[in-house]
Design a protein around this ligand. Structure first.
Ligand SMILES: O=C(O)c1ccc[n+]([C@@H]2O[C@H](COP(=O)([O-])O)[C@@H](O)[C@H]2O)c1
Ligand SMILES: Cc1cc2nc[nH]c2cc1C
Length: 348
C-alpha cells in the first residue's frame, strides 16, 4: 500500500530551466552578475514552469513540540520555554511574529506537542499529538502512530492553506537541536561530535555531554533505521515531523519551500529521504551558527542564500531570505533585455 507521503511532487521542467537561463543572459547586466539570485529565479522557473516565477503569497507556520531528551541536560533553557514561547508567538512578541508581519506573510502557530497543556490561545492551533516525546537515549521518541500523526499535522496545515505559492516552516522546541544533531548523524553517518552544537547557548561541559547523548541514542537506534519514517519515529520530534509532513505536502502541491536553520534542515533531509521527489522544491535560506548545519547542507548539495550567524530557529532565517527571493523573481520578470533597452552586449 502506498502512503500519502510517498506520492511524487511535480518534476522540474528542463525546458523552462533552459529558457530561464537564456532570459537571464538577455537581461541588461553582465552575464551572471546577479549571482545566486539568478539561480533562485531559474530553479523557480523550472519547478513553477513559467518564465515569470512568483512567491507572492507566503505562509509562515511555526510548529512547537517538546523533547524527552531534555532530561539529559542538553539545553541552556528549561522545557517550559517551549510553551512560554508559543504564547509569545501568539501575542506577537517573538522574532518570527515581527518578521511575518514585516514580510507581509500569513502567520500560523501550531502546538504539535508541548509538555504543558496550553489553555485556548487565540491564534494557536492546538493539534497536540502527545505531551512531549520520549527520551531517545532510552527508547524511541514516539510510536509509529504518533510519528504519522505529527506528519499529518504538517500536511493538513498545507492542505488548509489558501492559494499560497511559498511555504516557510518554523520550529520551537527546547532540546530539538539534540534531535536535529541525531538526525544529521543518521543521514550523514558523520560523528556526533561533528553534528552537535551549542543550540540555545550551552557550556563546553554540556556540549561534551550533548555529544555523548547523541552517541548513546545512535548506538541504540542506528541498527534499526531501515527507512526515513523509522528515523523520524526514533529520533525525531513532533514539531520536526510536522515540518517534514508540511514540506512533503507543499512540494506535492507545487508550493515552493524555504527551509530555515539546522532543525528545519534536519527535517527537510528526513523528508527528502522519505520522498526524494520533493528536493527540487526546497530552497535553503541560511546557514546557521550550528556547526552541523553547513555539514548537513553539504550533504544535501544545498547552497544557502544567507550567513548571518543566526541560531534562533522559528523560521526567522527563511523569513529574511524571502524578500531576496521575491526580488529575484521580479528581476527576471521585469528587467529589460539588451535589445529592449538599446544597450550594447559585451563579449562574455
Ligand atoms: O535554527 C537553528 O539553526 C537553531 C540553532 C540553535 C537553536 N535553535 C532554536 O533553539 C531551540 C533549540 O535549542 P536547544 O539548545 O534547546 O536544543 C529551538 O527552539 C530552536 O528553534 C535553532
Ligand atoms: C527565548 C527562546 C526563544 C526561542 N525561539 C526559538 N528557540 C528559542 C529558544 C529560547 C530560549
Amino acid at each position: 500500500m502506498s502512503h500519502w507521503y510517498e506520492e511524487s511532487a511535480p518534476e522540474a521542467d528542463e525546458e523552462f530551466r533552459a529558457s530561464a537561463q537564456a532570459r537571464q543572459a538577455s537581461l541588461t547586466k553582465p552575464l551572471g552578475a546577479l549571482g545566486r539570485l539568478e539561480d533562485v529565479a531559474i530553479q523557480l522557473s523550472a519547478v513553477q514552469r513559467t518564465l515569470e516565477p512568483h512567491l507572492d503569497k507566503a505562509l509562515i507556520a511555526v510548529f512547537a513540540g517538546d523533547h524527552g531528551v531534555t532530561t539529559e541536560g542538553v539545553s541552556a533553557y528549561p522545557q517550559s520555554v517551549t510553551s512560554e514561547m508559543v504564547r509569545n508567538f501568539a501575542s506577537g512578541g517573538a522574532a518570527i511574529s515581527v518578521l511575518a508581519k514585516a514580510m507581509d506573510a500569513e502567520f500560523k502557530v501550531i502546538n504539535v506537542g508541548t509538555v504543558y497543556a496550553l489553555e485556548d490561545l487565540p491564534n494557536v492551533i492546538d493539534m497536540r499529538v502527545g505531551a512531549g516525546t520520549q527520551n531517545m537515549c532510552v527508547t524511541e521518541a514516539m510510536t509509529m502512530e504518533q510519528c504519522e500523526e505529527a506528519m499529518i499535522v504538517g500536511r493538513d496545515i498545507i492542505d488548509q492553506a489558501g492559494d499560497i505559492d511559498v511555504f516557510i516552516g518554523g520550529e520551537m522546541g527546547i532540546g530539538n537541536s539534540t534531535s536535529a544533531a541525531a538526525l544529521a548523524v543518521a543521514h550523514t553517518r558523520l560523528s556526533a561530535m561533528a553534528m552537535v552544537g551549542r543550540g540555545t547557548g550551552i557550556t563546553d561541559q554540556m556540549l561534551a555531554k550533548k555529544s555523548a547523548v547523541v552517541t548513546r541514542a545512535m548506538s541504540r537506534h542506528l541498527p534499526h533505521m531501515k527507512n526515513g519514517m523509522e528515523v523520524l519515529r526514533r529520533i525525531g520530534g513532533y514539531e520536526i515531523n510536522a515540518l517534514a509532513g508540511a514540506y512533503i505536502r507543499a512540494a506535492q502541491k507545487g508550493i515552493a519551500v524555504v527551509v530555515d536553520g539546522y532543525i528545519c534542515t534536519a527535517a527537510a533531509m528526513s523528508a527528502v529521504r522519505i520522498n526524494p521527489s520533493i528536493r527540487p522544491w526546497l530552497f535553503f535560506s541560511h546557514c546557521s551558527a550550528e556547526p552541523g548545519h553547513s555539514r548537513l547542507l553539504n550533504k544535501m548539495e544545498a547552497e544557502p542564500l544567507l550567513q548571518l550567524d543566526m541560531r534562533l530557529g522559528e523560521g526567522s532565517g527563511a523569513a529574511l531570505a524571502l524578500p531576496i527571493m521575491q526580488a529575484a523573481c521580479r528581476l527576471q520578470k521585469e528587467m529589460a533585455s539588451f535589445e529592449q533597452a538599446g544597450v550594447s552586449r559585451g563579449n562574455s
